[in-house]
Structure formats: C-alpha cells, structure tokens
Ligand binder design. Sequence first.
Ligand code: GLC
Length: 709
Amino acid sequence: MNATLSPDRRAELLTAAMTDAEKQTLTFGYFASTLGPDQPKPPEGSRAGSAGYVPGIPRLGIPPQWQTDAGVGVATQGAAAVKRERTALPSGLATAATWDPDIAFEGGAMIGDEARRSGFNVMLAGGVDLMREPRNGRNFEYAGEDPLLAGRIVGAQIAGIQSNRIIATVKHFALNDQETDRQGSGDSAIDRAAARMSDLLAFQFAIEAGNPGAVMCAYNRVNGPWACESPWLLTDVLRRDWRYPGFVMSDWGAVHSTVASANAGLEQDSGAPFDDKPYFGPPLAAAIREGAVTHARLDQMARRIVRSMFAHGLLDLPISEQPIDYAAHAAVTRKDAEEGAVLLKNEGALLPLAPALRRIAVIGGHADRGVLAGGGSSLVYPRGGNAVADLKPTSWPGPVMYYPSAPLDAIRKQAPGAIVRFADGTDVAAATALARESDVAIVFGTQWAGESFDVPLMLDGDQDALIAAVAAANTRTVVVLETGGPVLAPWAERVPAVLEAWYPGTEGGEAIARLLFGETAPSGRLPATFPRSLAQLPHPQAPHSGETRYSEGGAVGYKWFDKTGAVPQFAFGHGLTYTRLAYRRLRARAEGGTVRADFQVTNTGSRAGVAVAQLYVGPVGGGWEAPKRLGGWRRLALAPGASSAASVIIDPRLLATWDEGLRQWRIAAGDYRVMLADSARDIRETATVRLSARALPADWKPPTAHALH
Ligand code: GLC
C-alpha cells in the first residue's frame, strides 16, 4: 500500500501476499444484472443493473471491480428493473467526427465522473474497432475507418475517463468488425501484416494515447482461434510487441476454454453466467493443480490485474456514490454533439437559417419528441425517460431509445417569431403539403442500429421516399440525419442542405437547432466514407456468417475508394462550415527519420469557423495497400480573415509497411507525396519529400508518446 512505489512493484508485493484462491478470485467476473426472473441473482455487493462485478479481497484492501458500460456514459442493462438515468454523450462516431482529441478527453472525463459517482471503478469504454463494414450495427460505438483518427480520438476518451482515477477498457480486441454471427462461426480472416496496418494499428494508437488499464478481447475468431484464446493477439502482439502492462478481460460470453485462454494471455473471464459454462474459477484451479496452467501464470494473471488497479487509483482512491452535476455535464455532451455534426451539403448557403423565417416545417424522425440513440449494452437511460415509448424491439437489443431533447422545441426557441409546424411523416401527403406552404422544410431521417445485428446501409422504413417527396415540394429543404453510420442518400442531389447529426446524445435537440440557426457553426468532418452504392464496397453483399475473408486487407474505407477509383457520395474528412477556408504554403521536409509538414490556413469568409486541415501521405512509386494514408491533422479555430500557421509531424509507422517476418516497420527509401487537404478527395496542395530507408522495431513508440494529456 506504499503509494511511493511503482504500480509494478506494488503489484509484485501484493500478489506475493495472496493465497492462490485469492488470486483466482480476481480472474472471474459476474454479470451484475438479472437476465430475467428465473435467472441467477447478481452477486451480493454488485451494483444493480450494471454490466459486471469481480469480488474484492477485503483482507488485503483490494476493492471489488464494479464494471459499467460504456462508451457514451453510464449504461443500464435492459432487463434491469430500475434504470440508472445518466448523461449520454453523442455516439462514439460523432466524437470521432469532431477530429478533436480535447473534446474526446472532456467527454471521457465527464462520463468517467458519472461512473465514479455512481459507484463504478471500471468503465468498459474505449471501443475502437475499425469501420471495415459500414453496415456493422455497432459502428456508432466506434470511431470510423482510419486507424490514426480512431486511435487518437478513442485514446483521448480513455485518458479522459481515467482522469477520474478509474480503469477504462479498450475494446473489442480485435477485428470484431461486424455483428452478424459474432459469436458463432464468424472468423475474421485477414493477412497478419494487413491487420497490423489497419485494425491493430487503431488499437496500438489508442493504447499509446490513452494507456487503458484493461483490454477486452472480442467474441469473434481471428484467423482461426477465438480472440480470447489467440496467442497471436494476446501475447505476441499485445505483450511481446506492444509491451502492454495491463490485463485482458473477456467479452461477456466470449471464453471457450480454460487452459488455451489462460495460456494465450486472458486474465479475467467476465460476465458469468454468459459463457456456456465457467472456464475460470474451479476449472482454472483444477488446471493449475494438474499443471496445465502453471502457478507462475496464475501469479502473472493476478499481478497484471492489481497492477492496473494500482496504476489507476482503485486501491488508493476508493469510490463512493456522490451527487452528479448534471447541468455541467449537459454542456459537455451538447458541445460534443455540436462539434461532431457534419454539414455534408449547403447549396446556396441555405444554412444557417435566419431567425426571421416566418413559416418552418419540421417533419419526421420523432423530432417533436427527441433524438435517437443506438441499441445494446452501451445504452444510457436518460433523465426524463424514453421520449418515444414502445417502439419495437422493446427488449434486447432494444429498447429503441429517443432522448427527451426535442429538435422541434429547440427550433421554436431559435425562431420565436416563426410559425413552426410538425408533421410526423407517416402521412407523406400531409408532410409534403406542409412543406409546400412553408419557407423552409427541415426533414429528419433516422436509422436505428445496435449491438448484435448489422443494418442495411439506408434509412429505416421508407424515409428516403418521404425525403424525396418533401424536397420535391420545397426547394428549400434541409435534411437532418440521425444514423448509426454512413447511409445511402438517393435524394442527395435533390436536397440543398444535409446535416449528419449521428446519435447526438441527451442534448441533441439543442445541438441540432443551434447548428441550423448558426448559434454555432458546424465543424465536424466525416470519420467514414459515405458510399454512393453498395457495389463500391469491398463486400457488396450484406455481412454474412462463416469466414469473413477481409481480402481488402488494410485498404479500409477511403483507402479502398482510392485503390478502386470509386467516387463516394461524401468523402472521408469532408465537412462544410459557414465560412470559407484557404490552405496555403505547404512545406514538407524529412526530419528525424520522418516527415514534418508546415502550412497555413486562412479564414477567407465573413464568419468564424473551424478548419480541419488534413495531411495525407503516400509513396510516389506506390507499393502500399492504397495510394495514401491519413498522416496527421490540425483543427484550427479561425476568426474571419484570420490566418494560422501549423505543423504536423507524421508518425513514421504511417510511412512504413509492417514486415511480419522481421516483425518491424520498414520505411522504403524513395519519394513520398505529402498532401494538404480538406478531405480525402479534396487535395489543396502537394509536396514531395525524399526519405532514406528506416526500420523501426515492433515496440517502437514516438519519443513524445501521443498521450494527449
Ligand atoms: C456486451 C458487449 C460489450 C459489453 C459487455 C458487457 O455483449 O459486447 O461491449 O461491454 O457485453 O455488457
């Protein structure tokens, strides 16, 4: 308990004081909610309605691990009788769309505060699985298609959560990139080097930037073995190469063996009784007695767990339930939602809407009641309850939740002098009639996504037809999307303005209205490509069961579109604002074995705005998985007429390819293009840099680790 010693030393001393039975206590976790009236009761001492509980060891001052979901706030399990009502951030994808690690940190700090004050010391948040499949039902929980953006943003959220001195959990390790058949025969098959330069790189960047106390291994198989018993993932990559010091917990029901998983690098079997039978606990004790799992391995399991507990304050700063400052937290989630919304189109500067507008039509999307949230274990129940009750499915992976933050009310507040009328969109004729007699029509399009199922790449029901009809009735139509990820937009050419608000969280209605009326200007950029058609995807047919051969390798998202020459509906990195931005004076040079780029951005418009200047890199002679990769970016707030100089150092691993045989990153000598861009398809300036060959070991880290805080 000597806090002046290192977490490693303290863990060593504490583990040495434990009995074997006590070590095993730490390796076995329970689901802490009820699955139904005839199911086992959650353990004594667990928090009702929560995800997990691992008993403590009072004799040694080791507290229980009270585990809560997840990425947007303190969730409650659907079957729980009483719902813990808390603040919800916008979706993880919305936070990624901010391209702003500071707001990601702030949002993490806020949800971690609510977790600690609700009695939780482990938050199962930090989802960073790449958007390899835009129909993945859980894309809303993650951070898009690019490893650098996803890793940096999720790493910042993890750092924010852990600033409350609790453990955060990067998940789902790895390649859990679709929900179809995630626990069945689903086997994510991918070239190992390609995985290192895509999905695994996102985890690597997130772990470097956030230093999570835990990693959650995923449900699916990866190149054969289950992720939670994969020596490649849990030992070779995570420990030997990345030198990860924390522990691995399983996903709930993701364990399929005792010896194979323990010896592969799994420390904690989570969520009993979700496994088909317990694998740790008594079976682990038997395996140790028989010598199939060594005693030294048991010590290491316990040591890794308590090391994270020491490193993140669980022993030094015990938690207790405290009041929560919901007003302050509302400001955080609203700011995140405002920064994460992406203005996809704004022809004729239809937006921002003038408050002097007289007749405004608001149509569809339950906009008179609230804003949509994603389904599954990450669902946070809001103060005020579900604004639209009884939508199907009402039980897992439902309920379909609308947060009681109605865009209609917020729009009325923004335009007090206007007549603002609502049509729910079920009667298309009535909706188009209302649109026809209004000065502007704001039509909402929704797509409900959630854990355990994948979704069509489109809005639910026949909303596309509704939008087309409204746009035909009024040329001044604004579409506001509340989706789990990209959707096909067949009406896009016929609508002048489109705002993607994602799942905007418990202040989403306010955020949407403030953006529409220009109280704040949109600054979000797409963290994922919006395809024009399914045919453009690596796997046009819907995600299927069985082996999913990720033959596209590292060419995920915009990289696939660059490689195949397909033109997307809206590009990765794309996003408009209410002013104009000029990118100038790009200078790129080799420096310290990598590339440094300097450039200038000017606000040439008449309103304040935020630029997200993107740097892409690629070898002039080709040879990578795709022509270019995102190498860095800068988010710059600029007053009208202001200019700002900025520079970016490219992480050298983004200039390299992974050599699986040599287990190192190798930069090939030659010329590299450095592109200053406003999106993956809007390159403004290009420079060329000559690099000499360079090899980086598997455990290489940047000198000033990307830890953002
Ligand atoms: C769920 C999810 C995981 C969650 C856990 C506990 O099935 O896959 O993200 O943290 O189980 O609810």
